[in-house]
Design a protein around this ligand. Structure first.
Ligand SMILES: Nc1ncnc2c1ncn2[C@@H]1O[C@H](COP(=O)(O)OP(=O)(O)O)[C@@H](O)[C@H]1O
Ligand SMILES: [Mg+2]
Length: 507
């Protein structure tokens, strides 16, 4: 039977060896699970197959023939297609434009735009029961919710008629009925001989959909198993293994939770969130854990007034507040450090100084204060020094900085506003180890000054390292809380993976 085999994959990013000889084999007509804890190299392996990342070493064979994949075009040529973990739809284009972008038909020009639209219409019709009302070919994708975008991303690669298809956490933001439809479509594809690689942290999905599964850890293969001969316990054991336990919260004393919370949220509702309540005490780091895309980011932006949400009650240090927009949240002493610095955190073509000053500039200008250019520069300089941001000059564009330093600019910009409550949305994602350690030090400094922190992180090691408590989310609800010495890497992985139906059934 024909298969796609990739062996001996090495990939290093700077100081991080993401893959060390990893391999994966997917047969025609098979769904092959690819499992491993966060950071084990799954997405990197996907990107190597898709031609999006150049490996340091790799052998790729299709039907036994050596294959060269030097870029995405090579992968498309062999009809190897990927749904990336980071979504790639273009926000200002319409649904139809996004769906036909880069399809074979569009590339070869052998389908008229009209015929393409017929295909798009058929696809949207198929998805319509789970897509939510009012979404048509001419809807702009920018404003759609993450689940809808993820489904469209899947639809887009299916329209490219893949022979091999990689789905990298393609169900992470989907609801049950959406997952069911995606599974039905995957099964139709495999019946036609398509080979599918399926990356998911949800064990019940893997057990339901996959024929075989390969488990990787730290860039190395651990095992490949027949799914019918395994169970959830064995898969989790293979994934967690003897991973070094994270050191825990270090020496930082547990903050007191006797006094008044600095932030108190009751009954927060929003798209993708149901009735979330939480308290943050001064000096406390409250982690948000669980699988990615379970409402963690929506919770932070909802509290901050940056996305629509209704709460029964929000209090800052005992005072009731209502944030209709980020401006009112900032005025009450909140700061949100976004994770996706490219799209939200920074204006990359603007100078470092302008970026650092944006939050406070706006506030002072509104307060009618004259903006003092020299004071502005001094404040920015002192932040750059304090955070050891490596820059050429304050006037350089942010786009000249490395990822870690750019992220420190995001942090700097918010700390100048002297917040009482800091919301961090996956602040070190894609940041190198050195910058990560410095950002950790900044977070610990904040808590030492009594600032309350909510930390969403896709990295369980990071949560174990920093958080005093972790709220584990699943499908928009807090389903478990880990506290103190229970906040370990292993417990976090287990909490995210072992959530059974009983915990999540709607009551
Ligand atoms: N562009 C990048 N730059 C630097 N490090 C990266 C980059 N992409 C991934 N990494 C690192 O490589 C390792 C593997 O990451 P990834 O392939 O995304 O794992 P997974 O998908 O299993 O969570 C992690 O340590 C991650 O931080
Ligand atoms: Mg990944």
């Amino acid at each position: 039977m024909a298969s796609l085999d990739i062996t001996g994959v090495d990939k290093r990013y700077g100081g991080v060896q993401a893959l060390k000889g990893a391999s994966l084999s997917v047969a025609e007509g098979e769904v092959h699970g690819l499992l491993g804890p966060n950071g084990s190299g799954k997405s990197t392996l996907n990107k190597v197959m898709a031609g999006a990342v150049r490996p340091d070493a790799a052998t790729i064979r299709l039907d036994g023939q050596d294959l060269r994949i030097h870029g995405p075009q090579d992968a498309h040529h062999h009809r190897i297609e990927s749904v990336y973990q980071q979504l790639s739809l273009i926000p200002h284009l319409t649904v139809a434009e996004n769906l036909v972008l880069g399809t074979e038909a569009a590339r070869a020009g052998w389908l008229t735009p009209k015929a393409q639209l017929v295909e798009v219409d058929a696809m949207l019709e198929r998805l319509s029961p789970v897509l939510g009302g009012g979404i048509g070919p001419r809807t702009r994708v920018g404003s759609l919710n993450p689940g809808t975008k993820q489904l469209l991303e899947f639809a887009k690669v299916v329209l490219r008629r893949p022979r091999f298809l990689v789905l990298d956490e393609a169900t992470a933001s989907l609801h049950r009925d959406q997952v069911a439809l995606l599974f039905a479509m995957v099964r139709e594809l495999t019946a036609e001989g398509v080979g599918v690689v399926f990356v998911s942290h949800r064990m019940e999905e893997v057990l339901d959909l996959c024929d075989r599964a390969t488990i990787i850890r730290n860039g190395l293969n651990v095992a490949t198993v027949d799914v019918k001969d395994t169970d959830e316990q064995e898969l989790v054991r293979l994934m967690v293994g003897d991973l070094a336990r994270a050191a825990g919260r270090g020496e930082r004393p547990a903050p007191s939770r006797d006094g008044q919370p600095v932030l108190s949220v009751r009954g927060l509702q929003a798209e993708g969130l149901a009735d979330v309540s939480l308290d943050v005490h001064p000096g406390e780091i409250v982690g948000l854990g669980g699988l990615q895309g379970q409402g963690q980011s929506e919770l932070l932006t909802g509290i901050f007034g940056a996305s629509p949400a209704q709460a029964e009650r929000i209090e800052v240090a005992g005072d009731p507040v209502e944030f209709r927009n980020p401006r009112s949240a900032i005025a009450a002493g909140l700061a949100l450090v976004p994770g996706d610095r490219a799209s939200e955190g920074l204006y990359s073509v603007r100078s470092i100084q302008e970026n650092i000053s944006t939050v406070t500039l706006g506030r002072r200008a509104r307060a009618g204060l004259v903006i003092d250019a020299r004071a502005e520069k001094e404040a920015a300089t002192s932040q750059v020094d304090a955070l050891r941001i490596k820059i050429g000059a304050l006037a350089d564009a942010v786009s000249t900085l490395s990822g870690g330093n750019a992220q420190k600019v995001v942090v700097a910009k918010w700390l100048l506003s002297e917040p009482r409550i800091v919301l961090l949305d996956d602040p070190t994602k894609g940041v190198d180890v050195g910058a990560k350690a410095e950002i950790y030090a900044i977070i610990r400094d904040l808590t030492a000054q009594g600032v309350g922190v909510i930390l969403n992180s896709s990295d369980d090691v990071e949560l174990a390292e920093l958080a005093d408590r972790v709220l584990v989310l699943y499908e928009g609800r807090i389903v478990q809380e880990l506290e103190g010495t229970d906040v370990t890497h292993d417990n976090l992985v287990a909490a995210a993976l072992r959530i059974s139906d009983d915990d999540t059934k709607e009551s």
